[in-house]
Design a protein around this ligand. Structure first.
Ligand SMILES: Cc1cc2nc3c(=O)[nH]c(=O)nc-3n(C[C@H](O)[C@H](O)[C@H](O)COP(=O)(O)O)c2cc1C
Length: 360
């Protein structure tokens, strides 16, 4: 998908305007304080309700947080929140169910650190049900990485990831019916870039896609703090803008060619690309793919490796089938996500809604 995040860098530059957000540094301080509060460490004896806070720190498409949590004794059901669908970018709800998988994985890892071992079931109604039993507390490096993980949407340093770290990433991502393909050679990465640029252009030409994306963009701290969801420009390393300025600059500043240049620089500066592939194209596999991605992302974080999605070619249906044949996938396989990785300093963290607002 295009810019989810880069909109305002171009906007500010082309309009040659000062780019202070509403409220200035005190609002940014409130923003940062809230990102830290929602990521406070879990106590060793935390209960399932506390673990839900860690579940919500998972990656999720457009930061819609498309979930509700139903807690009872030793069970948690993560329900799809269909009011938070994004039908333009995700017409079959693939990303929505994958996001539930990401949250389920965080919940399993956090609960295990607190002595609760979970077993997952993908329910026919689209929910992910987890039943917990008491067990030995196991706080892994993936657990420690939960509050530090982020999608880092910036240029990377170009430094290669070592073979032993690639093996650790692959091992962490291993999942039932999911496989990972690494693309590390420059010509292969250039091929992926071509798919990204072509699908990005198609998305930016699509009014429904653009209007849905704008709905989830947060252009300044005040907007981000009010909603506690969506894509805040600072999380992509971009300047913030007062709300009144947005309609004046957005249509002129956000161009396909600037976005494509930006993706080219980001992909070319990455060490490699990982493609996540489901053996079958159904909800149970999409959830597993989300779980697999989340483990990959947490292991990457633990190893000091940054990551970000470049999913455009798997989001536009026509591109997805071309991309799948280029990869040589089997007829029943689906390429779920395309993730670039490498080395870069972190950007500001994203927000999440209050846990009390997402309980059933
Ligand atoms: C299924 C799925 C698809 C996503 N697709 C994209 C994407 O194409 N481009 C992108 O920049 N981020 C993508 N994201 C990342 C989310 O936007 C990100 O997780 C969310 O904004 C929260 O930010 P954080 O992961 O840094 O906490 C995707 C996440 C998921 C789980």
């Amino acid at each position: 998908m295009p810019t989810r995040r880069s909109v305002l860098k171009g906007a500010a530059a082309s309009a040659a305007l000062p780019v202070a957000g509403c409220g200035g540094s005190s609002t940014m301080a409130s923003y940062t304080a809230l990102t830290e509060e929602i990521r406070e460490p879990l106590a060793a004896d935390a209960d399932l309700m506390e673990c839900v806070r860690f579940a919500t720190l998972a990656a999720n498409s457009h930061n819609t947080q498309p979930w509700r949590f139903d807690l009872s004794a030793n069970k948690v059901a993560i329900l799809p929140d269909l009011a938070r669908r994004t039908p333009a970018v995700d017409p079959d709800d693939h990303h929505l169910h994958a996001s539930l998988g990401c949250a389920a994985e965080n919940l399993l890892i956090a609960a295990r650190a607190c002595g609760l071992h979970g077993a997952v079931e993908a329910r026919a109604d689209g929910a992910v049900a987890i039943a917990f039993d008491a067990g030995r507390p196991e706080a892994t490096d993936l657990f420690a990485a939960i509050p530090k993980r982020q999608c880092t949407r910036s240029d990377y340093s170009g430094r290669a990831v070592t073979g032993s770290d690639l093996a650790l990433l692959e091992q962490a991502a291993a999942g039932d019916g999911i496989r990972l393909v690494f693309l590390l050679e420059k010509p292969r990465i250039e091929n992926v870039l071509e798919y990204v640029l072509s699908a990005n252009t198609a998305q930016m030409d699509d009014d429904a896609f653009m209007s849905e994306l704008k709905h989830w963009l947060r252009f300044n701290e005040a907007q981000a703090l009010a909603a506690r969801d969506g894509l805040f420009s600072a999380c992509s390393g971009n300047p913030t803008l007062p709300g009144w300025l947005v309609p004046l600059v957005f249509p002129f500043a956000f161009t396909t060619s600037a976005e494509n240049d930006r993706y080219a620089a980001q992909i070319r500066s990455s060490s490699g690309i990982a493609v996540f592939i489901s053996a079958r194209d159904d909800r149970a596999h999409w959830i597993e793919a989300g779980r697999s991605f989340q483990r990959f992302a947490l292991k990457a974080t633990a190893l000091g490796i940054a990551h970000a999605f470049v999913n455009q070619p798997v989001e536009v249906p026509a591109s997805r089938s071309e991309f799948a044949s280029w990869l040589g996938l089997g007829a029943e396989e689906r390429p779920d996500f395309i993730v670039r990785f490498g080395y870069a300093p972190p950007l500001p963290m994203s927000l999440r809604r209050d846990v009390r607002d997402i309980l059933v």
